[in-house]
Design a protein around this ligand. Structure first.
Ligand code: GDP
Length: 457
């Protein structure tokens, strides 16, 4: 993308189709001129005032009516892009919006690239790169909590945290640089301590951000839950009970749920993706083998494994073999069929968090839902309120590199290595933090981020 291109851009701000209204958006120097040419306000005006909605008609060059519509002019810099922005709120439908867009293109506007309105907001300094990513996150949010996190990113919470971190590192760098000017003198202990404190503070904050990623990602993208267990322990029944509807086929014959079924569930705002599989079992049957292969693959994908055992018949070696396959995955032991009375569980399962349920009667299902949620999310009813969470792999990567640089810098300080080296590391950490907010992000990364946007955003 050519960042110097200041052409007036036009794009559909809504999906043109069956909706009640369709919005066409314009940004750039020519926006007001195009508004004046295309739009006839119902009441005579001497000029369009900024941020006011006008009712009127959209007409083509011959004066033919295209639509009755509302129009708004937002004078820059008080607009989404900081440029002059105009929006036409037309009737929905496949034709109207397209027609208005064509008129704007004929009038000299250029069709906007995907994400170009937001790109301009970024290039014009209204938002930073993490906020632009927040825009995408808000649009793509699939659960209440995911949306809450996204809104905080949109408001600039990540930028604020990066600014605070950079403040600490700049203070440390200033102290280091002051001593570089006196090469014959050793760093005095008080200054060394001062730099150490600043680096530790920054390091702690970066670590907290890194740790938030596990929960943050789950809250945004949903928790992948894999239901595993040997045949007939009640996996399909559990899936149905959780979903509250009979979507998977329940049967008395072992091994009938051959294919994988994925369903979504909302656990008080947390999106859960439930995966029922053919189960991990040894079998000569080819299709069953395929099921086994798939389940094993799914273990890696899952954030949590629900290991279902039959509490009435008791635990068998096959159950323990399945647990072995789970490696270091989070496992929640679901002891099913508690309506029939439970046997003693072997000591080898005692370390697992456990919930007793009956998929048939529904007993214990509430506890199971709570247990799943609390393994990943703070029991606080609003776990997102206070904490800033990292959800983007790109941000996680930046913070991870920043943390490595800070570790090297701290080691260098302790070993009293050259101050030049320390200064270099601090500048590197500052640069890495600038990648999150965009100041030092390479152009190809910026392009990649905006190319994921839809057109008109
Ligand atoms: P899967 O092979 O692990 O998917 O097991 P199913 O869900 O098909 O259940 C196997 C059998 O156990 C069926 O006859 C279910 O009705 C029965 N079953 C499942 N859960 C319970 C339960 O909690 N209590 C009782 N009594 N029977 C259950």
């Amino acid at each position: 993308m050519d960042y110097a291109d200041r052409a007036t851009i036009a794009g559909p701000a809504t999906v043109f189709g069956q909706g009640g209204i369709g919005i066409v958006r314009l940004s750039g120097d020519r926006a007001l001129d195009l508004l004046q040419r295309l739009f006839r306000p119902r009441r005579h005006l001497s000029a369009f005032e900024s941020h006011r909605f006008y009712y009127g008609a959209i007409v083509d060059a011959r004066g033919d009516l295209i639509d009755e519509a509302m129009a708004v002019y937002m004078r820059g810099p008080h607009s989404y892009t900081r440029e002059d922005v105009v929006e036409f709120h037309c009737h929905g439908g496949a034709v109207v919006g397209r027609r208005v867009l064509d008129l704007l293109l004929e009038g000299g506007a250029r069709l906007a690239h995907p994400g170009e309105f937001t790109l301009r907001a970024f290039l014009n300094g209204r938002i930073d790169l993490s906020q632009a990513e927040g825009v995408m996150e808000v649009i793509g949010a699939q659960s209440l909590l995911g949306h809450k996190i996204a809104v905080r990113h949109l408001q600039g919470a990540l930028r604020e945290r990066c600014d605070a971190l950079r403040e600490l590192l700049r203070d440390a760098l200033a102290l280091v640089e002051a001593w570089i000017d006196f090469p014959e003198e050793d760093l005095d202990p008080a200054t060394q301590d001062g730099i150490g404190v600043l680096l530790r503070q920054a390091d702690e904050q970066v670590r907290a951000l890194l740790e938030s990623f596990r929960t943050g990602r789950v809250l945004r993208d949903g928790l992948g839950v894999l239901i595993l267990g040997r045949p007939n322990v009640g996996k399909s029944s559990l899936l149905n009970a959780l979903l509250g509807s009979a979507r998977a086929i329940v049967t008395d014959l072992p091994g009938t749920t051959r294919d994988t079924i994925e369903e979504q569930l909302d656990l008080d705002g947390l999106l859960v993706r439930l995966i029922d599989t053919a189960g991990l079992r040894e079998s000569a049957d080819l299709v069953e083998q395929e099921g086994v292969r798939r389940s094993r693959e799914k273990i890696a994908e899952a954030d949590l494994v629900l290991l279902v055992v039959d509490g009435h018949c008791g635990v068998r070696p096959e159950d323990l073999a399945i647990l072995d396959d789970c490696g270091d995955k989070s496992v929640l032991l679901v002891v099913n069929k508690c309506d029939l009375g439970n046997c003693e569980l072997p000591i080898s399962l005692a370390h697992l968090p456990r919930v007793e349920i009956s998929a048939s009667t529904g007993e214990g299902l509430g506890s199971l839902r709570r247990a799943i949620r609390e393994m990943f999310v703070d029991p606080d009813p609003d776990p997102v309120r206070e904490t800033l969470m990292v959800t983007e792999v790109r941000h996680q990567d930046c913070f991870s590199r920043c943390s490595q640089v800070l570790a090297r810098a701290q080691a260098a300080l302790e070993r009293r290595e050259s101050l030049e080296f320390l200064a270099l590391e601090l500048r590197l950490a500052l640069e890495v933090l600038g990648e999150v907010t965009g100041e030092t992000a390479p152009e190809d990364i910026i392009n990649r981020i905006f190319s994921r946007f839809c057109i008109g955003k």
